[in-house]
Design a protein around this ligand. Structure first.
Ligand SMILES: *Cc1c(COP(=O)(O)O)cnc(C)c1O
Length: 363
């Protein structure tokens, strides 16, 4: 068996220790005689799993007591609608920083429920940077202020958070949650699809401050109202049990590695290796402005589409997989989430060096 170095943006690589642990428990979870997939979600074994997952997540992220943790379904994309349904209830106006495909979708959903004020956009620069923010353009009476902290497709990241005063900051952290410490109390709501840095697809994490729950209009479907999900502790219906179990194993793994400070140290180290190489390379280039570069998703180009294709094909043959850039931007992208070992990044750089030399010899 050979495991690939998988640079997929999502679903993405999981820690090998976590996969092995799941494998070892697959047929018989904790002497239950069943796999986690077969356990009742109301039984004591699964209750133990979801409670430990929440406790470990609270520990590693330092989630304050006045925040609820929800384990939901529907992906980050359903949150683009659930957040306005639940939070866009007073002035029915929100502020949004437009930084790519995922805020585009969030804007289009939120517009169904009220007014979206785009305070800044980097669309004119192909989303290769985070736009400068002018607080004079922020709406004082906005119901919330939406940002995507890390733009998975374009490889940009907020270097500093906007100061939104009393307006709750809502963050799509799908592709950088758990990659470094965050100060949760600066946010009203944090959400993330699990399949980037948490666990398998099918689970969506929402961390929401108490006072933002309970404002959905009458007539809101049961499963779209945070109030019901909070009251039933994510169990209004059958939750994605196996995905929650896997996420719990990842939280436990992060804790044992040394928590988010250690994740940040490793992620900075891996990203530096790759960006330093890109900045020196005569063939490959990073399109993203230095101060906004993501630690998680690293797009790069040769400037020649045929050469990009050749690179992706040959890298795949060398077991460096899923390096194709997003269909809307082309080129390459290496996603180097928590579970990507440093050895994977080193193998990629070695391969890029060899490819560059081979191409130089060809001209
Ligand atoms: C992947 C991703 C999404 C979409 O997640 P789904 O779970 O597929 O809905 C949204 N936002 C960001 C930043 C992402 O990376």
């Amino acid at each position: 068996m050979t495991r690939a170095f998988n640079f997929s943006a999502g679903p993405a690589v999981l820690p090998e220790e976590v996969l092995k642990k799941a494998q070892s428990e697959l047929l018989d979870y904790d002497h239950s005689g069943m796999s986690v997939m077969e356990l009742s979600h109301r039984g004591k074994e699964f209750m133990g799993i979801i409670e430990k997952a929440e406790k470990d997540l609270r520990d590693i992220m330092g989630i304050p007591k006045n925040y609820r943790v929800l384990f939901l379904q529907g992906g980050a994309s359903l949150q683009f609608a659930m957040i306005p349904i639940n939070l866009m209830t007073k002035s029915k106006k929100i502020d949004m920083v437009h930084t790519g495909q995922w805020t585009k979708k969030a804007i289009s959903e939120a517009k169904k429920f009220g007014t979206v004020n785009i305070v800044a956009s980097s669309e004119g620069r192909n989303f290769t940077e985070i736009p400068a923010l002018d607080p004079a353009k922020f709406s004082k009476d906005a119901d919330y202020f939406h940002i995507c902290t890390n733009n998975t497709i374009y490889g940009t990241k907020f270097a500093t958070l906007p100061d939104t005063g009393d307006v709750p900051l809502v963050a799509d952290m799908s592709s950088n949650i758990l990659s470094e410490p965050v100060d949760v109390k600066k946010f009203g709501l944090i959400f993330a699809g699990a399949q980037k840095n948490i666990g398998p697809a099918g689970l969506t994490l929402v961390i929401v401050r108490d006072d933002l729950v309970g404002h959905a209009p009458a007539g809101t479907p049961t499963l779209l109202d945070y109030k019901n999900l909070v009251e039933e502790e994510s169990m209004c219906n059958t939750p994605p049990c196996f995905a929650i179990y896997m996420a719990g194993l990842v939280f436990d793994w992060i804790k044992k590695q040394g928590g988010l400070t250690e994740m940040q140290r490793r992620n900075q180290e891996k990203a530096k290796l790759l960006y330093d190489f890109l900045d020196e390379s005569s063939l490959f280039d990073s399109p993203v402005k230095k101060e906004y570069r993501s630690l998680m998703n690293v797009p790069f180009i040769t400037g020649n589409e045929e050469l990009d294709e050749k690179f992706i094909r040959e890298a795949g043959d060398a077991n460096l997989t899923t390096l194709k850039g997003h269909r809307t931007v082309g080129g390459m992208r290496a996603s180097i989430y928590n579970a990507m070992p440093k050895a994977g990044v080193e193998a990629l750089i070695d391969f890029m060096k060899a490819f560059e030399e081979q191409e130089a010899a060809n001209v």
